[in-house]
Design a protein around this ligand. Structure first.
Ligand code: G16
Length: 551
């Protein structure tokens, strides 16, 4: 069977690529201003069909989202059958197809199918979802055109409409594992929510309630999910109440991620605009597609305190190590933590002090997820609040087959099973992370200050710098050192050496048109100063650059 070149060309012509635009599959798929993405969505439709055919018709996911980016942006990423990110070797094919000129599109599709040895008679199954961005509808229709252009009559599409990114990852895995020994759950949104609520209940049953949690939904798709979760928790009399704020999802009014959401809170180290929680009130912020979460509170003196991905990872590690010990599995199971260069130095020291090994990998969930799979229990978190806990099959089998000799051991074994069912095994998930954190706080009867007391962060600063060409910046050592532009790293090191406990690095963003500068030091003033000195170095090197912006 061969591809219908006429059909591909005719449909492709309706989605022409903009002149001189080069696409790259970045940290989280293709992402940019929505007005240049029409052609990409069409071509991603083709790649999704090829990927599914190559994998014997297993369902492949397509998520239309630009997550934490502003509302005018959009993006698309592919999800593999196990629910994790697209195999990195296919990112190159997706990029090549996205950048193919219109007049050679059809022939390139055939060439790709040949190279990848795709049996074009196979079935394909595609699962789609999108976030609340106003451009989502147009993106969806381009995607569907792309799918249609290579439809051999055996391509089926399931569109779940508006959904969070982690829900889409769940749906892909649940669909592919249905009826197998690895059944991941009911492949519906209800199934996704019910699985989490039931595991959460298992962890907190009989425990006294704690104060309500205020949840900033970034005015995104997380909002209806948090409302739904809140109702479900109420129905089962869970010891937790959720109070959603920033939950206006009206499309096109520019509220998405604007002055609120996890990225705003983490990057600016500020409360959402206009939000004034009382002292010690526990708050959390999701991002636009609910795959990240950060916590925070104002202390008694009104100081803003951030409980970011590092603090979440630390809380989880302490809890899990304790459970593994109580379950009598310390000698057989290895618990590890995966972080990125952004991890606060104090969090790494704290985790190391618990005798837990840490691995540092480049930014991007795909890197963290892969590294965490090497442990029996792998906790992975980016400081920006992206993360989850992975449990290996061997570990779960060990837990299930261990015969407890004491009631405390039995409880620990049961709790490990509940934890493994609560933690999203496919990707970082704000809802699942929220319930993980809340379950631990309920068990410990902790408020945010007790949690915060695990360790004190080094003050740090993140700055975005817009450069004419961010691809000029390349890194090594898990992004902690620059390779190019030449000599810039030496100059950064020169500045860093003047600060006690100083650390700074520069890396190109994979989701926004900028480079990011991170700095930490012993005091807030020093961290700010170091960040601006390093940002200033970049500014000096490139004439056409916009000065450091958007603190
Ligand atoms: C995405 C990725 C994250 C990454 C973030 C920022 O998050 O999934 O792993 O930390 O982008 O990446 P960068 O610094 O390369 O722009 P999200 O929430 O936007 O999907």
């Amino acid at each position: 069977m061969s591809l219908d070149h006429d059909k591909i060309s005719k449909l492709g012509e309706q989605h022409p690529p903009p002149a001189n635009h080069v696409y790259a599959y970045g940290t989280a798929g293709f992402r940019s201003n929505a007005n240049v993405l029409d052609a990409v969505l069409f071509r991603v439709g083709i790649i999704a069909v090829f990927r599914s055919m190559k994998l014997d018709g297993k369902a492949v996911g397509v998520m239309i989202t630009a997550s934490h980016n502003p509302e005018c942006d959009n993006g698309v990423k592919l999800v593999d059958p196990h629910g994790d990110m697209l195999d990195p070797s296919w990112e190159a094919y997706a990029t090549a197809l996205a950048n193919t000129p219109l007049d050679s599109l059809a022939s390139y599709c055939s060439q790709l199918a040949n190279t990848l040895k795709i049996d074009l008679t196979k079935k394909a199954n595609i699962i789609i979802a999108r976030d609340t961005r106003p451009s989502g509808d147009a993106m969806l229709s381009s995607l569907n055109h792309g799918i249609e252009s290579v439809n051999n009559g055996s391509v089926s599409v399931q569109d779940f409409g508006l959904a969070t990114t982690p829900a889409l990852h769940y749906l892909v895995r649940a669909t592919n594992s249905k009826g197998t020994n690895d059944d991941y759950g009911e492949p519906t949104i209800q199934g996704y929510m019910d699985k989490m609520v039931s595991a959460f209940n298992g962890l907190v049953q009989g425990k006294p309630s704690i104060a309500p949690l205020k949840v900033d939904c970034a005015n995104g798709i997380g909002a209806p999910y948090i409302h739904d979760l809140s109702e479900k928790l109420q129905k089962v009399n869970a010891p937790l109440t959720l109070e959603p704020v920033f939950d206006d999802t009206t499309p096109g009014i520019g509220k998405l991620n604007n002055g609120c959401g996890a990225d705003h809170v983490k990057s600016k180290q500020l409360l959402p605009v206009g939000f004034t929680p009382g002292p010690n009130e526990r708050c959390a912020s999701l991002d636009g597609d609910a795959d990240r979460i950060v916590y925070y509170y104002n202390d008694q003196r009104g100081n803003f305190k951030l409980l970011d991905g590092d603090k979440i990872a630390s809380l989880l590690s302490v809890f899990i190590i304790d459970l593994v010990e109580k379950a009598g599995l310390t000698d057989t199971a290895n618990v590890g933590v995966v972080q990125t260069a952004y991890a606060n130095g104090c969090s790494s020291k704290f985790i190391n002090a618990q005798q837990v090994p840490i691995k540092c990998v480049p930014t991007g969930v795909k890197h963290l997820h892969h590294a965490a799979q090497q442990y029996s229990v792998g906790v992975y978190f980016e400081a920006n609040g992206h993360g989850t806990v992975l449990f290996s099959d061997e570990f779960i089998n060990l837990v299930k087959s261990t015969v407890p000799v004491m009631p405390a051991q039995q409880t620990a074994l049961q709790q490990l099973i509940h934890l493994s069912q609560l933690a999203n095994q496919t990707v970082g998930d704000a809802l699942s992370d929220l319930l993980l954190v809340e379950a631990i706080l309920i068990q410990k009867q902790w408020g945010p200050a007790e949690w915060d007391g695990l360790y004190e962060d080094f003050p740090n600063r993140l700055v975005k710098v817009t450069v004419p060409d961010r691809t000029a910046f390349t890194t090594t050592d898990a992004e902690r050192k620059l390779v190019t532009p030449a000599d810039l790293q030496k100059e950064i090191d020169g500045h860093v050496s003047k600060y006690q406990d100083g650390r700074s690095f520069v890396r190109p963003s994979g989701t926004e048109d900028c480079v990011r500068v991170y700095a930490e030091a012993q005091t807030r003033g020093q961290a700010d100063e170091l960040a601006f000195k390093v940002a200033g170095l970049i500014y000096d090197k490139f004439d056409a650059m916009i000065p450091p912006s958007r603190l």
